[in-house]
Ligand binder design. Structure first.
Ligand code: NCD
Length: 434
């Protein structure tokens, strides 16, 4: 049955659209966008007062499966995405076994199909077993449809190996390296940002240069090899300067920032302890400000969550022993709407570009747009809806967050993937995969 979405404001920067229009969805695609579309014989949604945008696309998610299903499963992660207004996600290969073969990639895909909610794109490992010793089998991964490659969670330390990998991947059309830029010789043993707060808390620090030095190296190697580079989770003002340098040179380099690096500083560690332990670590306000500025200026092109779920019991360990990682799929959109859009720091169009259009363009997806003919992947936003972050209500298995109790204004209230409604009023719908 056709679906008619009526009365909403439609914002789609991919076609410079910001207008009150009806949307007709047929056979999983956007069939028409116009004023006063006839609703007879359709399933009608009255969306007066709401905003329809292309579905959010998250390039950085840890789904933990195979291997760490106590932290998250593909199904629970897909539910969290649906609840958060995310319609497509890229899942990182630091699983057990790691996603370094076509078999593991196929396993992830078939679990995702069984979950039947959001589109899941497995990221292939850069090195065999994510061990940083030899390149992964790119031919097999690419033939299996993988276009993003990363050892996220760890960097490839050996620059000579990374250069060879970059050169090899530059020969694959559409391949993108998602780099985890960290110099382990500078960061090893550290548990939080090295600065005033780490001194106060007497915790070993991770200096900002551990990231910046690696960002510079990765950009220079990518330039020399001619590969497309996407810098994951950048967190320092100095990294922004390197991204800006790369863009001035016209290099095919993009960069992403997470909501937690935009909204939290290392002060959060004092209050939230291990819940605010994440890699790269939360930085001081000067870095946060530089990241927000860079997002506004388009130097940082992309927002991604780095959703990194861990068990509650693991986060209750002493700070030094607790794992790095913050859940993000269910808090990202409300936090971004409240902390950027409602405050006038970024307009809705800028948010949609960074969290939908540009990720789609980078990865060659036919989504991230509401153009007629495109798959009907969209998110409905209610900017008036106020709420509090309640981790106990997350669909993610990781029911904790440093944002717990934060007041948010602006929520995703409906998520649609391929014409199927997968979330309504915060409730994930029972959709069976095909
Ligand atoms: C990530 C995880 O838990 O997989 N954690 C995180 O803090 N971002 C991996 C990582 O990048 O360290």
């Amino acid at each position: 049955m056709k679906i008619c979405l009526k009365g909403a404001r439609i914002i789609d920067p991919s076609c410079q659209l910001d207008q009150y229009l009806d949307i007709m969805v047929a056979e999983g695609r956007i069939a028409a966008l116009n004023v006063n579309l006839p609703a007879e014989g359709t399933q009608l949604f009255d969306l007066s007062g709401k905003i329809v945008v292309p579905g959010f696309i998250d390039l950085h998610v840890h789904l933990r499966e195979p291997g760490y299903t106590d932290k998250e499963t593909i199904a629970s992660g897909a539910e969290a995405a649906a609840a958060g207004g995310v319609t497509s996600l890229f899942c990182m290969p630091n699983t057990s076994p790691p996603a370094d073969s076509a078999e593991v990639v196929e396993q992830i895909r078939s679990e995702a199909t069984a979950a039947g909610l959001v589109r899941v794109f497995p990221v292939g490992a850069l090195t065999r077993g994510r061990l940083g010793k030899e390149p992964a089998d790119f031919k097999a991964l690419y033939s299996a449809g993988v276009r993003a490659f990363s050892d996220d969670g760890s960097p490839v330390e050996d620059s000579g190996l990374l250069y060879r990998i970059f050169k090899e991947l530059s020969c694959y059309d559409g391949a993108v390296v998602f780099s985890h830029s960290e110099d382990l010789s500078l960061s090893r043993g550290g548990v939080m940002h090295e600065g005033l707060i780490s001194k106060l808390l007497k915790q070993p620090g991770i200096p900002a240069v551990a990231e910046t030095a690696a960002v510079a190296r990765d950009i220079l190697l990518a330039q020399a090899a001619g590969v497309r580079l996407h810098l994951a989770h950048i967190s320092t003002a100095a990294s922004v300067e390197w991204v800006s340098w790369a863009k001035e040179k016209g290099l095919p380099v993009t960069a992403e920032v997470t909501p937690h690096h935009l909204f939290l500083t290392d002060e959060a560690v004092k209050i939230d302890g291990a819940l605010a332990k994440v890699n790269p670590p939360l930085r001081p306000e000067t870095d946060c400000r530089a990241l927000r500025r860079a997002l506004l200026d388009g130097i940082i092109d992309i927002i991604a969550t780095d959703h990194a779920p861990h068990q509650g019991s693991e986060k209750e360990l002493p700070f030094r022993d607790a794992p790095f990682g913050i859940t993000g799929l269910e808090t990202a959109v409300p936090l971004l709407l409240s902390g950027l859009v409602q405050k006038g720091l970024l307009n809705l169009s800028g948010l949609i570009q960074a969290f939908s259009c540009r990720p789609a363009r980078l990865m060659g997806l036919n989504t991230g747009t509401l153009r007629p003919g495109a798959p009907a992947d969209l998110t409905v936003l209610d900017l008036e809806a106020a709420s509090f972050v309640e981790p106990g209500r997350f669909y993610s298995k990781a029911k904790h967050s440093p944002f717990a109790g934060w007041k948010v204004c602006g929520l995703p209230v409906l998520t649609m993937v391929g014409g199927a409604v997968i979330m309504k009023q915060g409730v994930v719908q029972n959709v069976t995969g095909s």
